[in-house]
Design a protein around this ligand. Sequence first.
Ligand code: SGN
Ligand code: CA
Length: 528
Amino acid sequence: MTKETMFAAGMTAAALAAVSALPSCSASKSAEKVSDKPLNIVYIMTDDHTAQMMSAYDTRNINTPNLDRIAADGVKFTNSFVANSLSGPSRACMLTGKHSHTNGFVSNETSVFDASQPTWPRYLRDAGYETAIVGKWHLETMPQGFDYWEIVPGQGDYWNPRFIKQSGDTVAEKGYITHMITDKSLHWLDSVHDPSKPFALIIHHKAIHRNWLPDTADLALYEDVTFPIPETFYDKYEGRPAAEAAEMRILDHMDLIYDLKMDHPDSTSHLKSTYYAFVNRMDSAERAKFEAFYQPIRDDFFARNPKGRELAEWKYQRYMRDYAKVVKSLDDNVGRVLDYLKEHDLLDNTLVVYASDQGFYMGEHGWFDKRFMYEESLNTPLVMMLPEGLKARGDINEMVQNIDYAPTFLELAGLEVPADIQGVSLMPLLRGEHPADWRDAIYYHYHEYPAEHAVKRHYGVRTSRYKLMHFYNDIDHWELYDLQSDPNELNNLYGKPGYEDITKEMLSKLKALQEQYDDPIRHQFPIE
Ligand code: SGN
Ligand code: CA
């Protein structure tokens, strides 16, 4: 019996332990036994948490001591990318190990996830693991392949949120979402999970998604901090028409009421009713604290009535402060999970992963939101605390992508990586190896247009030094960047003299990746 047929048939935990001891025949030929015990997985993913706001990656803005503990005791991926910088698509890539066009979930607005397709939690469950997911799901259909799930509808609510239970009931419960998702996850691990089985627990936070409603306990934080203005805050988007067309500028598109809580009886906004739907979820005591905090800021703002650059920078500082407060609660709650695992002696046989569904703009190019293949939103934080037997420590600089997580978890569990998975297992990197034939380019494809924030459809390829992007649909526009000389991606080199050879090389990499991944929407290369 091959391992493939064993897990297709559904293995017991004992069989799984035996298989862990077998030489792996996964995509990585150098696989070796990691541990005699089956290994657990705790996968923590936030929404819209970007590396600029995580001190393991960037010390300019805030401290995230608990997230940094993961990196300090384990590894930090310094070239970690998504395949499609948007929530639902990222979740589908992560679960399936396949690009958006292959797993079928290309866009939050138009896609419905076929939850019956193979996912890594399903494979692990079939192999004897207990699997659970708590928090944001955002894939339209209900989860499959989990022993336990409890998800929030759509984007979820920060305050007194609704949860969809496995029974199908939707129930509003009392509390602040980041604590609650953590409480529910730890409760499952502590009281529901069968300790005789290995487990995979997915904790998907709603934080730090728009509109950044902090826990009232954290409201006062960061108010004395003036965050540095990013170098590209006043970007004019020269040579980048798709960037210019995007509707995600802090000055023009960040909503004073909905995003920044600056309502006034005379103010109007298409997001005003949404704002009140969210803040009205607080109980009267929570709401009183919230209003007591923001009212003096509103009074000052409307008295001064800033305009132009002063307004842009005022909005930026408020955005940064509210976002940072929401990160604080997240960081505390990740700390609770790490403490639990430590106290229960689980760290030696558990892989702990922290990632986000994508990066985010914290004022770079004048923006908030994500979607673009530019660095801030193509990147996602990725740190891991490793079980015994995995020797890597410190920075891992190879280019990795969220389609790689599924094959990594399969290999960690001793399972073969099915041939149709498009990502590659990160296990060699976690063992401390640096394979000479590691990928030299990643592929990206963003599909959601026309839609909110007006980011045009594009695909592209990125190597360690260059990035080539093609915007299509109602535009036909190419961009080429030298990330070494222009890390901020301000100088579009496409079509400029002197770049013919590198353009040709990047085009051939794009062609190869579009063929390899069989993307049906691809550049029509001239017949050679
Ligand atoms: C919501 C937000 C957008 C955000 C998308 C996608 N608007 O629609 O700003 O880009 O989610 O985010 S809001 O008015 O509803 O807050 S994602 O992370 O879920 O993909
Ligand atoms: Ca997101």
